[in-house]
Every structure is written in C-alpha cells, then in structure tokens.
Design a binder for this molecule. Structure first.
Ligand code: HEC
Ligand code: HEC
Length: 500
C-alpha cells in the first residue's frame, strides 16, 4: 500500500471493485457467453484480455458488480478505473508479481467489449440461442442439473418453429424502440429455472427478452444493433482510441483512428491539465466521460449513473503516488546518469506544470494524429455536452473543463519505469528503444506480456498482440532526445530514470 498511504482497506476494495456506473453485462449472461463461445473467451478467468484474476471477488481486478434496472435488475458487471489503471509486473528473470496502481494496465478493453458485442450478435441465431440458454440455465440456477437441462432441451424441440420465428422477427431486439433507447425489462422476463421448465414454460417471451437485453447492453455502450461492415483496427493491451470512441459514441462525430496508451494516474494533486495533450482540467468531467463511454447509459442529456461513486473514484485516484522502482538500482551509475538527465531531459520534463510543457507534434516528431484531431471545436462540443449533462448531484464546472491544444504534453517522469511501452500511443517498447534513433527502432513488437526487462526498462517482446508501428496512428517516430549518447551513457541515464 506504499503508493496509497491515504487509503483504508475499504477504499482499496472500492478502487479495485467499486462501481463507476458502467455495469453493462449481467453476470449470468457473461458466464454463459464465456462457456458458449470459447473462441471469443478462451479463458474463464478472462486473463487473456490482460485482466488480473481475483478469485476472492469472482471477477478480475477492475470489475464491479451491482443489480442494474435496465438489465432486468440482474446483477451485472462493468469495468472501473482499476481495469485500465492497475498493472502487475513480473521481473523477466522470475519472482512474485508487483502490483502497481496508476499506470496503463495490460487490459485490452476493446477486445473485451468487442467479444461481448460479437457474442450478442451471434446469439441471435437459433442454434446458438439454444446453447446459450442451456449454459444460462446452469449459470443461474443451482438446481440447473441434468433433469432441468433435459427439460429445456425438450421444450426447445417442441417450440422450435415458434422460437425461430421470434428470433427472425426481431433478431436485434430493437423493435419498438428508437436508436439508443432502452427497453424496460422486468427481472421475471429473464428468469429460467427448473421449476418454470417443469410447469411447461413458454420459451418465446424469454427469447424475446434476451434479445431485448442484448439491445439494451449495446445501447448503453453506444454500439449499433447490427455488426459493422468493417472491423475497426485493434488497439491491443493497454491502449484504446479513447477520444475517438467518445466522439463517435457521445457526440455522433466519427474521427480517424488515433489509439492512445491509457494515461498515468498518479501524483495528480500537483497537476492541472491532464491527458496526452493536456486537454482536460476537470477530473470529474474526465471520469464522467469515461463512465458514459463504457456502459453507463445516456438518454438524451440524462446520464444514468450514481454520481457519488464517480466522486469517490475520483477522490481515491487523486491520492495515488508514483511507484518506487521495486528492483535493484546501481546507485553510482544512477549518480552519473543524473547529470545526463539534467543536461538532456530536464528542460522539458521538470519544472513547473505550465503550458511551456506543450510541444507541437512537428517539433517532437511523434505520431501526430492524437494531437491534431483534438481541436478546439472538438473541445467545445465536449464542454457543451458536459454543461448540458443531467445527473442528480452533478454540477458542471464554472469554467470550461476541456480545451484543444493540438500539442503533446511533456509529462513529469515520476515512475517512468512503470509506464512502458512509451509515448502517448505506446509505440516504443522500452526506454532503451526510446534512446535509439527513430529509424533504428523496432518496426513492430509484441505486446501483452507482464514480464519486465530491467535492463532496457519495458515489457519483454512477447504476447498475442502485434503492434505494427507502420499502421495508422501507431508511428514510433520522433522524440530523438538522447539518442546520440554512447551506450555506456544510455545505461547510466536508464539507471537514473529508475530512481524517479
Ligand atoms: C477503458 C480504460 C480506462 C478506464 C476504465 C479509465 N481510464 Fe483513465 N485513461 C484512459 C485513457 C485511454 C487515458 C488517456 C486519454 C488521452 O489522453 O487521450 C486515460 C487518462 C487518465 C488520466 C490522465 C493521466 C495523464 O497522465 O494525463 C487520469 C488521471 C485517469 N485516466 C484516471 C482515471 C480514473 C480515476 C478512472 C475511473 C473513474 C479512469 N481513469 C478510468 C483509460 C481508462
Ligand atoms: C524538447 C522537449 C523534450 C526533451 C528535451 C525530452 N522530452 Fe521526453 N517527451 C517530450 C514530449 C512532448 C513527450 C510526449 C510525446 C508523445 O507522447 O508523443 C515526451 C515523452 C517522453 C516519454 C514518454 C512518457 C510516457 O509516459 O510514455 C519519456 C519516457 C520521455 N519523454 C523521456 C525523455 C528522456 C529520457 C529525455 C532525455 C534524454 C527526454 N524525454 C527529453 C518532450 C521532451
């Protein structure tokens, strides 16, 4: 708890599993998806999405759980701050994992929500619906034994033509509601148990309610009711196209793809403008946008979420301190590296938090998309959105919380060892690579490993996702500071960076 001395046990639990209003998949449905579609969910504990299993809670770190009215009052799970801002790091040579609060996690959020969405579409197929209901029965009913399964199979067979017709009539569950509007679904419409099956249950209303439930889940995630013609590029672990998704989901403005690494949530007390381009000075505004982007429904200007939970998550996150380097440091070498840091890096990365930290993409030379796309016009749209947003207890800031800088912020480098892979788009795997001339950096590398290379400062080149730096939004160019140092000097500078 060295990073969070101000937190109680209860605070810790709330940060790891408390709500931020995003619960969007009923637990029972997610269990059934996992077992129905092993190709989408290869591991029951969801660790293949880069999530950290937490058997005591039943779902990974960063998952919260609560009954959700628009999901038939079923207990549903969603993600919170910790899913994207808590990471476990293991030394490549072995040892126990070190849990770090605040950096970009290894969670592939787009892949997780993508899998859930694909599962909703797939289940609108009679054969899949049948398999889904069988697992849904088992997941929800402790007496969902062999007899119950046989009853379900029998009922399905008898009613099949009618059930196929129900699905064909409204496969997306969206009949009768406008785009983005939620159906009212009562809990009993979604119940399935042995008792009901024994009394000759009519399955048609259940199938209809399940399809409507899927519509509600997608509506809360701002996802259309039919699969996209073109699959968007995959951002991989620890990254997503955050402002692009918000722009499309909340403002209806589609932007070119510009993936970013999840931000760094520590030492926030000393900061005012956050995000890679220093565009936001309202922590509450930032977190409301995250919540509304990740599953809290938005109906017109009304956000359906409990504002007090956002306030608590925000307050807790403001108390996180940068993590100390957990492995050994060669102190004499670090001492020599300090002078190199002062000469080559400090002018941009140290000193007061002012707009002098903003650098045009042309000047720093890194991937320009993220900075260029977030214009003042875009900022004003979000400011208007936040000013008009209605949530009980929430009052917008008196001054606009968001601005367009179209530049990149040179951040303080506290805890820099834990911020790999580097730059706003996570396109440079290690510090040693960052200190390598851009043309000689790896053109692609693998991402998803938690194993950490203490010599180069970064994750080992392994994992399921390939980050191709030649693809749109992924450039690893620029920031060539310190690349002309000798090999020995680079190692000294790296040793010093471990002390920050
Ligand atoms: C789905 C993943 C995700 C979740 C969940 C999430 N964030 Fe973030 N966070 C991001 C991304 C991505 C950014 C960077 C956005 C940008 O600058 O373009 C970010 C940026 C930040 C920053 C700014 C850091 C900096 O260095 O400028 C803070 C602080 C932060 N998040 C805190 C939170 C808190 C508190 C919560 C919970 C209420 C939260 N985040 C939930 C992905 C997430
Ligand atoms: C002229 C200003 C400038 C100098 C000098 C400079 N940097 Fe940076 N640095 C930046 C900017 C701006 C960014 C953000 C660029 C981006 O993300 O695209 C950045 C980003 C970084 C990051 C990425 C942080 C993260 O969370 O991913 C690291 C690490 C870093 N710099 C280290 C260094 C080191 C080490 C030196 C000295 C050898 C140095 N910088 C010199 C401006 C500078």
């Amino acid at each position: 708890m060295a990073q969070v001395p101000g937190w109680s046990r209860d605070d810790l639990h709330f940060f790891l599993h408390g709500s931020m209003g995003t619960e969007v998949v009923p637990e029972r449905v997610l269990r059934a998806f996992i077992r129905t579609y092993p190709d989408l969910f290869p591991r029951e504990d969801l660790s293949h999405f880069g999530l950290i299993p937490d058997p005591a809670f039943g779902w990974p770190v960063g998952f919260s759980r609560r009954p959700v009215p628009h999901l038939g009052a079923l207990y549903a799970v969603g993600v919170n701050c910790a899913s994207c801002h808590v990471a476990e790091i293991v030394r490549a040579t072995g040892g126990a994992p070190v849990r770090v609060f605040g950096p970009a996690s290894h969670f592939d959020a787009e892949a997780f929500f993508g899998a859930v969405t694909v599962a909703t579409f797939r289940t609108a197929d009679p054969a899949n619906m049948k398999r889904f209901l069988s697992v849904y029965l088992a997941a929800g009913d402790p007496t969902g034994d062999e007899t119950a399964q046989q009853l379900l199979a029998g009922q399905w067979q008898r009613q099949e033509p009618a059930l196929v017709a129900v699905i064909a009539d409204d496969p997306s569950g969206s009949k009768g509601v406008a785009v983005g509007v939620l159906h009212a679904i009562a809990g009993r419409e979604l119940s399935l148990d042995r008792a009901a099956l024994e009394s000759g249950m009519d399955l048609a209303p259940l199938v209809r309610a399940v399809l409507r439930l899927f519509h509600n889940m997608r509506a809360a995630l701002h996802i259309p009711d039919r699969p996209p013609d073109k699959v968007p590029p995959a951002s991989g672990p620890g990254r997503n196209d955050a402002f692009g998704l918000l722009s499309a989901g909340l403002l209806g403005v589609v932007q070119p793809y510009a993936p970013v690494k999840y931000g760094v949530a520590w030492n926030l007390e000393g900061r005012r403008w956050v995000h890679w381009d220093g565009n936001t000075q309202s922590p509450i505004g930032r977190n409301l946008l995250a919540s509304l982007g990740l599953g809290a429904p938005l109906l017109g200007k009304r956000g359906l979420l409990d504002f007090t939970t956002i306030v608590r998550q925000t307050e807790l996150s403001e108390k996180i301190r940068a993590p100390r380097y957990p492995f050994t440091i060669d102190q004499p070498a670090a001492g020599r590296g300090a002078a190199l840091y002062r000469a080559r890096c400090a002018s941009c990365h140290d000193g007061p938090e002012s707009d002098a930290r903003l650098h045009a993409p042309e000047a720093v030379g890194t991937e320009p998309n993220r900075a260029r796309l977030f214009t003042q016009a875009q900022a004003e749209r979000l400011n208007t959105f936040l000013a008009e947003l209605e949530i009980p207890g929430y009052r917008p800031l008196d001054v606009p919380g968001i601005r367009g800088t179209q530049k990149y912020w040179a951040p303080r480098l506290a805890g820099v060892w834990a911020r790999a892979p580097y730059l706003h788009n996570g396109s440079v795997r290690t510090i040693l690579e960052l200190l390598t001339p851009p043309g000689a950096r790896a053109k692609s590398f693998r991402r998803g490993s938690q194993r950490y290379d203490t010599g180069a400062l970064g994750y080992v080149d392994e994992g399921a996702y390939v980050l191709d730096t030649t693809a749109q939004g992924n450039s690893n160019a620029g920031h060539d500071y310190g690349t002309d140092l000798s090999s020995a000097q680079k190692l000294e500078l790296i040793e010093y960076l471990k002390t920050l």
